[in-house]
Design a protein around this ligand. Structure first.
Ligand code: ZN
Length: 445
């Protein structure tokens, strides 16, 4: 039986991930994400993307161009989502319906997807099939899907193993090796080691976002300690405290809530995307933030609360959106006087994130920080640990699972080449069993 992998999208640059695996005359699709950068760039120049058709979204490189698997369309048996980040799931609403097949993922991943669909008022005819982590589900006589539990920077993330009569195709996009993830399970190393021992891993798709970062990515526990030090050891008497991070980073939000309580402050979570990810987690009883924090999405309620915080700033700790300085986020609206809060001298703002190093984010963050600096706010940046494996983690991973072929993904040429070079040190050969591909390219095994 021939196995073919189509690198539909997310191989030439970072974002809008989508991969298709053909096993004989059946196909499974792994991930369907958007490029947040492409969407924001378009919105900055042209206005909303809401009116654009799927085709137009493809043309501005916002969603995967799945015309590249047009000839496989009738063979698709399932769409499987690895985790709940926008660059892995948010194109489902534009693309999934043309494939008459179920959408599968961990309960949390599907819950986040449902909340995105609800927010955009979209109903899909595809069936949703929730798969527990470390379970295997049969798609057909020739394909089984296994979700291997993995740490990353949101909840219930998985590596996807596609089992075929010839062996396994393993999709590791995204992951980190975190032995103390604060929330959720450690990576299922046992299963990865078994795959290595069995020796039938045909191909490994591996993310390269941190392909240029040497060493090992620190645990979420380290980020928690960094945050703890800033929040508990900085004199904040009489001052406002704002913490901003990625809305999907539930473990980080958990830490921020705990330190806010330790300071004797009321914790308020503000922002639409914060609500989406947090409500999904509460819905599945993965956290119970509403017990310890007030969670406010939008509208008048948000304005009223910010007014109150402005008057009694020393009583609150606010967790909110705007970590990338993105237009429309709560922090952006505050500094642009669209929301009723005024930063004052000595107020504290903690960026518990990194700035995603693309020109627009860098510019947005610069603007935000300049406004904050002119108000003499104290800024604490990079209070963070990445959710992505660094070069030595990827080396450990490859050594563990022993793939026959390696396909670097989620990176530009420099990131993917760095991983390829490391793999060459392990005995692999570029062009022979390391394949640097661009979007749309196919590899037959
Ligand atoms: Zn991710």
């Amino acid at each position: 039986m021939d196995i073919e992998v189509c690198a539909v999208s997310g191989y030439s640059d970072v974002g809008r991930n989508m991969t298709a695996v053909r096993v004989g005359d059946e196909v499974v699709i792994l991930d369907m994400g958007v490029s947040i950068q492409a969407i924001s760039t378009y919105e900055k120049e042209e206005g909303s993307t809401k009116m654009l058709s799927a085709q137009e979204l493809m043309d501005i490189r916002a969603i995967p161009d799945d015309r590249k698997i047009e000839d496989w369309k009738h063979m698709v048996k399932a769409i499987i989502l690895g985790h709940g980040h926008y660059d892995h799931i948010a194109a489902v609403q534009f693309l999934a319906e043309k494939y008459k097949c179920p959408i599968m993922g961990s309960p949390y991943t599907l819950q986040v997807l449902k909340s995105i669909l609800k927010d955009d008022n979209i109903k899909l005819s595809n069936k949703f099939v929730s798969v527990e982590l470390d379970d295997t589900i049969k798609i057909s006589d020739n394909i089984k899907i296994e979700l291997i539990s993995m740490s990353h920077s949101t909840l219930q993330c998985a590596m996807i193993a596609v089992h075929t009569p010839n062996g396994i195709v393993l999709y590791a996009n995204d992951f980190k090796f975190d032995n103390d993830p604060v929330l959720g399970d450690k990576p299922n190393y046992k299963r990865l080691q078994e795959i290595g021992k069995e020796g039938n891993l045909i191909a490994l798709v591996v993310e390269c976002i941190n392909g240029l970062v040497e060493g090992k990515t620190p645990s979420e526990k380290v980020a928690r300690e960094l945050l703890k030090e800033v929040l508990l050891e900085t004199d904040s008497k009489g001052k406002a405290i704002f913490v901003t991070t990625f809305a999907s980073n539930i473990a980080r939000i958990k830490s921020a809530i705990e330190f806010g309580k330790k300071l004797g402050r009321k914790v308020v979570i503000l922002g639409r995307s914060m609500v989406k990810y947090n409500e999904s987690a509460e819905h599945l009883s993965l956290v119970k933030f509403s017990r310890d924090a007030e969670i406010i999405g939008y509208g008048g309620q948000r304005k009223r609360k910010l007014k109150e915080i402005d008057e009694k700033r020393e009583k609150y700790l606010v967790i909110t959106t705007g970590s990338q300085g993105e237009p429309g986020s709560v922090l952006d609206k505050i500094v642009n006087k669209q929301l009723p809060f005024n930063f004052r001298e000595g107020d504290i703002i903690v960026f518990s994130c990194r700035t995603i190093p693309v020109p627009m984010n860098i510019a947005n963050r610069d603007n935000l920080e300049n406004s904050l600096k002119s108000a003499k706010v104290r800024i604490f940046t990079n209070v963070h640990s990445s959710g992505h494996a660094s070069l030595e983690d990827i080396r450990d991973f490859i050594t563990m699972v022993k793939p026959m072929h390696i396909i670097p993904s989620q990176g530009n040429m420099a990131m993917e080449s760095s991983v390829a070079k490391m793999a060459e040190g392990l005995g692999y050969k570029l062009g022979e069993n390391i394949h640097i591909v661009s979007d749309g390219q196919r590899l037959k095994f």
